[in-house]
Design a protein around this ligand. Structure first.
Ligand code: SIN
Length: 394
């Protein structure tokens, strides 16, 4: 049996940022992170586009970002959570900049702000097309620098411990459920270990791998959601699974490779095989409509035409600039036999993000005492029925 003050399940941006904050604030407390693969493997690592934050107060403001978020969420966001997250954005961003995260800048030294679907202003900070990897590396280095943070890899959380495990009946109607930690399997020894914690933080990410085609890595299998459900945590909006409109079609491997929405923000246009743009039929914002609308439009086109993909046309763009902004995407396309200067990129929707999850308030409190959730596993009300692009890292 292991004892800790904070048990964090998951090592993406949500888990690591909680660990860094807790370690800073409570140097005398023990913080344990369990993660089922290597510590750097998570959805955060693959986030390409960036982080949406109001920075350019001449052309943008909090009200615009809030409105975009609420509209994309299709009437199901919590206004209070949206207000809190958008307004705290600049300060929280500054924290990760202070830890050493770099973001791309323009020729004048200002942050380069990208555009993505359903945003009414340029507000996406990014580091080329590997923003999540950059942020995660910085946070991981910081987390590792604390003596009171222990990171345990290849530890698969099996079940949250509540009074149910002490023989007390717990049902969905129970009002006094308490979390005492978790049972965790050491994947190297296959032994189940007991972690007793004063506070348990579930930051275990989403469920992408429950779908055949997903942008999510192998670890995104929804175990956190399942554990919380078994422990009788309240769940919300589980029906809202976001499909990213543009995963590279035909890319070999378990995970579909994402063609970031930032590519459409850079000017790429969705087209049919014959090179005819079609998004105007569905929304006046064209290829930059919100993700749910674009994914449904692509699906409709594919079904109507009996085809397995549509195309993203970048051929009219400045390809040297494209390579600077999207080196990873450019390279992956080349490896798949697509030269973006000459060929349209074949794309199709893929399961991408769980908008619902364990129901929390804006501070991650669940209905279970001592159990908190953050990141994709949590349904805080920020995303409603459809998350606005790049609001997840925020
Ligand atoms: C993307 O780069 O298109 C993904 C970013 C996100 O899911 O918000």
């Amino acid at each position: 049996m292991h004892k800790t003050d904070f048990l964090i399940i998951g090592s993406g941006l949500a888990g690591l940022s909680f660990a860094v904050k807790a370690a800073t604030r409570f140097p005398e407390k023990k913080i344990t992170i369990v993660t089922k693969s290597i510590v750097s493997e998570s959805n955060t690592r693959y986030a390409q586009g960036g982080i949406a934050v109001v920075m350019d107060f001449l052309n943008d403001n909090f009200e615009k970002h809030k409105e975009d978020t609420l509209k994309a969420g299709d009437g199901l966001c919590s206004k209070a959570t949206v207000d809190l997250v958008v307004e705290e954005g600049p300060a929280r961003l500054q924290e990760i900049i202070d830890l050493g995260t770099e973001f791309d800048r323009d020729a004048d030294g200002n942050y380069h702000l990208g555009m993505e679907g359903a945003h009414s202003a340029r507000r996406i900070l990014h580091y080329k097309d590997v923003t999540g990897f950059k942020i995660q590396s910085t946070l991981l280095e910081k987390a590792r620098s604390f003596d009171n943070v222990e990171i345990l890899e290849y530890r698969f959380a099996v079940d949250l411990i509540t009074q149910h495990h002490l023989g007390v009946e717990v049902t969905k109607k129970s009002t006094d459920i308490k979390c005492f930690g978790a049972y965790v399997m050491d994947l190297k020894t296959h032994k189940i270990e007991t972690y007793i914690a004063k506070t348990t933080v579930l930051a275990s990410g989403g469920i992408g791998q429950t779908y055949k085609i997903t942008t999510n890595p192998e670890v995104a299998t929804g175990d956190g959601i399942a554990m919380a459900y078994r422990a009788k945590a309240a769940m919300e909006h589980m029906q809202f699974v976001q499909f990213h409109p543009t995963a590279l079609y035909g890319h070999a491997g378990d995970t579909a490779f994402l063609i970031s929405e930032a590519v459409r923000g850079f000017g790429a246009v969705l087209k049919t095989k014959e090179g005819k743009s079609f998004m105007e039929k569905y929304d006046e914002r064209g290829s930059l409509a919100s993700r749910d609308i674009v994914a449904r439009a692509i699906d409709t086109e594919m079904k109507a035409r009996g085809e397995e993909c549509t195309y993203l046309d970048c051929r009219h763009l400045d390809i040297e600039e494209f390579k600077k902004h999207f080196p990873n995407i450019y390279q992956k396309c080349l490896e798949s036999g697509v030269d973006v200067a000459k060929d349209m990129i074949p794309v199709a929707p893929a399961a991408h993000y769980l908008c619902g999850g364990v129901k929390t308030d804006a501070h991650g409190n669940t209905n279970i005492e001592n159990l908190y959730c953050c990141g994709e596993v949590a349904c805080t009300g920020l995303h409603g029925a459809n998350r606005l692009a790049s609001n997840s890292l925020l």
